[in-house]
Write a protein that binds this ligand. Structure first.
Ligand SMILES: [Zn+2]
Length: 314
């Protein structure tokens, strides 16, 4: 069925080819979002309240929107129509990360972007991934940057992040009332059954696995000029090449300073490790690595990551 054309006007500009950055937590989507935010002509928001409200509604209660494509698209367009408005105070409600990426002081009121020369809009809010499929219904010409990273490193980052881990508190977990549950990576009855037995590492691995499966679905549904996958490891090992590709895809010059800096730090860290290799996961214990690889072995292998503990073929 053809999607009706909706023209969204923000600050007297019609929104075309909005750019969204998605990824599992700690995959590097935040880093890319911040870099894009300072690209010329582009207004990227990170954590506008109107957007976060919708993102978390989709993340927590996907059943509310399932099968209601047009209603979901309208909700999303409305949220961004509000979130993208540029006013003298427009970054005030954003996350601290958004203000910092815009070069604003923590207590500055904004705006986080120059209206002059502004041509395009985008968003890199945390957990935006949970409305990725609805985003393309809301904006059929959307450009999506998907960041993938070795699931073991992403899980390592998640385990050390108190905000991410707070979602696993019993008062937040809604796996019994919401099924399937993309936010917790629960897609099948089997997933639901193993969930109570998993440690936090295994539960984070389920969330990562879902993001990889989503990436595969998006690839099947979107033409190549609408979806760009950036691998975090490439960004760290060959930042200039990866950023060139990203700039071409985004149609703007992406500033490189922060990412190159991060890449240098990451290479230094890798060199100082005593026994670098697929078995050395930094902060993870061997047991955690085993559990993550068990939950997500197929997805890790499909992305070309070498398993430290391959399942026995016996
Ligand atoms: Zn902002």
């Amino acid at each position: 069925m053809p999607t009706a054309r909706h023209i969204l006007i923000v600050n007297s500009r019609s929104v075309h080819q909005p750019l969204f950055v998605i990824g599992a937590p700690h995959s590097g989507a935040g880093l890319i979002g911040r870099a894009l935010k300072s690209a010329p002509g582009l207004h990227i928001t990170i954590g506008q309240p109107s957007v976060l409200r919708v993102v978390y509604a989709f993340a927590r209660r996907p059943s509310m929107y399932r099968g209601r494509t047009q209603a979901a698209a309208t909700v999303i367009r409305d949220a961004f129509a509000q979130g993208w408005q540029v006013t003298p105070h427009s970054c005030l409600d954003c996350t601290r990360e958004c203000r910092a990426a815009a070069g604003l002081a923590a207590d500055a009121v904004g705006p986080c972007v120059e209206l002059r020369g502004l041509e395009r809009f985008g968003d890199a809010s945390p957990d935006l991934i949970y409305c990725a499929e609805a985003l393309t219904d809301a904006f059929p010409d959307a450009r999506i940057v998907q960041v993938v990273r070795d699931g073991r490193d992403a899980v390592g980052g998640m385990l050390a992040d108190s905000v991410v881990m707070s979602w696993f508190r019993p008062s937040f977990v809604n796996v019994d009332t919401e099924f399937p549950n993309p936010f917790f990576g629960i897609e099948s009855a089997d997933d639901l059954e193993i969930w109570p037995k998993l440690t936090p590492a295994g539960r984070c691995a389920l969330r990562w696995r879902w993001s990889v499966r989503l990436a595969a679905r998006l690839h099947r549904g979107l033409p190549a000029d609408q979806l760009k996958t950036i691998r975090y490891e490439d960004l760290m090992s060959r930042p200039d090449d990866a950023l060139d590709e990203l700039s071409r895809f985004a149609g703007t010059k992406v500033p490189t300073a922060e990412i190159r800096n991060e890449a240098r730090t990451s290479r230094r860290r890798a060199r100082s490790r005593k026994s670098p290799g697929p078995g050395d996961r930094g902060t993870l214990t061997a047991q955690q690595t085993v559990e993550i690889e068990k939950v997500a072995s197929e997805e890790l292998r499909r992305l070309g990551y070498v398993l430290a503990h391959p399942p026995s073929t016996a």
